[in-house]
Design a protein around this ligand. Structure first.
Ligand code: SAH
Length: 392
């Protein structure tokens, strides 16, 4: 079978020159009618010059995701080598660790594929047509790579709404092996339990792992953690603080958080099931004051159009957090919205500081760990911002 060919228009060729890993539908010279989506295609410019090979999506606005810039066969051995190269980075960055992101999609040149490792289990997201079409291949390669003794099962957490853009329904279940028991892992001195099938995203937010541990340094007096999930930040703060209030809207996450506090022998964590926006407003009305505040909300914008509304949301919670802090207090504030980049986030923080009439110092600017690499030509892969601020 010959590989189908797709031709790019001039804008598409410019994106290829800039090494951008996506080509949009409007950048194709002609949409290939005979293709269904999910195929590997040969990409050419208008004159028929070969540019590389990509995964084609019919339903999505992102038509092509580059796989290779030469004519190497895109087969089992090709994907095996990509997986090995991805895992090699994590093994050298985190020797002996059992919880880390193995594959971070485009940033590991494996578009639309996310693989998190939780000890003996893997949790996988297949986010585009081309990876969904190859899910059995990826499951086989992962079992092979980690060895039959190494991995007891692969959880499919493709229950993400972004799949709808690809014409795929959200899906959840086991891809291989037995259903996992609740999984425990350590972040510094804190032990966290998560449920890979019922938890959020792939089960845990591994991208904040190193920031959780860092936050521990700033736990003090009365501390507040908003958008807590299962306690990644709250429990680190609790090691040093007199009391930590953890605010989380999901009842299931609150239960897991309380169990995690108990597991670590921390009796100074108060779990509040509430909307953090309301909690912050009420805390101000009641005249509460904190030594340390953490804000780590979910993404506020799914597309570019929602960016300014997202910035308003960030400003509201950051402004309130600054007002709630005692002089010299610490604000650890994060954003995982890739449509709000670092510059825009910092501008928002500046505006929040000036509205709250506080002077604010930046102590640290951080992102995700090395298991979430950033591809220079796709800045969207640098989605996580985490600032440590001192509020004077
Ligand atoms: N801080 C966590 C991850 C947070 S993810 C960690 O580091 O592991 C965002 C969390 O915010 C989710 O658990 C979600 O249930 C919760 N959430 C979403 N909207 C919320 C709201 N309005 N108020 C409080 N929690 C909210």
């Amino acid at each position: 079978m010959t590989t189908p060919t797709v031709k790019l228009g001039k804008k598409g060729v410019d994106r290829w020159k800039a090494s951008h890993p996506w080509i949009y539908a409007s950048d194709l010279e002609a949409a290939p009618k005979e293709l269904e989506g999910g195929e590997v295609v040969r990409v050419e410019d208008g004159r028929g010059w070969f540019l590389g090979q990509a995964l084609y999506s019919k339903a999505s606005q992102i038509s092509l995701r580059w796989l290779a810039w030469d004519d190497t066969p895109v087969d089992r051995a090709f994907f095996k080598a990509r997986l090995e190269r991805a895992d090699e980075l994590r093994r050298s960055a985190y020797p002996g660790q059992t919880a880390y992101r193995v594959v971070h999609g485009e940033a590991d040149l494996l578009p639309g594929l996310v693989v998190d490792r939780f000890g003996d289990w893997l949790s996988v997201q297949l986010l585009v047509k081309g990876t969904e079409a190859r899910k059995e291949l990826f499951a086989d390669l992962l079992m092979e790579h980690f060895g039959p003794q190494g991995i007891k099962g692969i959880v499919n957490r493709s229950d993400a709404n972004v799949r709808k853009l690809e014409g795929l329904e959200p899906e959840k279940g086991m891809l291989r092996g037995e259903a996992p028991k609740p999984f425990t892992y350590k972040e510094g001195d804190v032990e966290l339990e998560v449920d890979l099938l019922t938890g959020q995203k792939t089960g845990a937010f591994l991208d904040q792992r190193e920031n959780h541990v860092l936050a521990g340094r700033y736990g003090k007096g009365e501390s507040l953690d908003c958008f807590s999930y299962v306690g990644g930040f709250a429990l680190q703060l609790a090691k040093k603080a007199e009391r930590v209030t953890a605010v989380e809207i999901s009842g299931a996450a609150c239960e897991q958080l309380a169990a995690n506090a108990k597991r670590n022998g921390l009796s100074n964590v108060k779990v509040v099931e509430a909307n953090a926006f309301d909690f912050l407003r009420d805390a101000l009305d009641e005249g509460k004051k904190y030594d340390t505040v953490v804000l780590d909300p979910p993404s506020f914008a799914k597309n570019k159009a929602a960016r300014e509304a997202a910035v308003r949301g960030y400003k509201e919670i950051n402004l309130r957090a600054m007002q709630l802090l005692k002089p010299g207090g610490t604000l650890i504030t994060a954003s995982c919205t890739h449509h709000v980049d670092e510059a825009r986030f910092e501008e928002m923080l500046d505006a929040a500081a000036s509205d709250s009439k506080r002077r604010v110092q930046i102590l640290e600017k951080r992102g995700a760990g090395q298991d979430h690499p950033v591809l220079l030509s796709l800045r969207e892969t640098r989605y996580l911002k985490c600032y440590v601020l001192r509020v004077l």
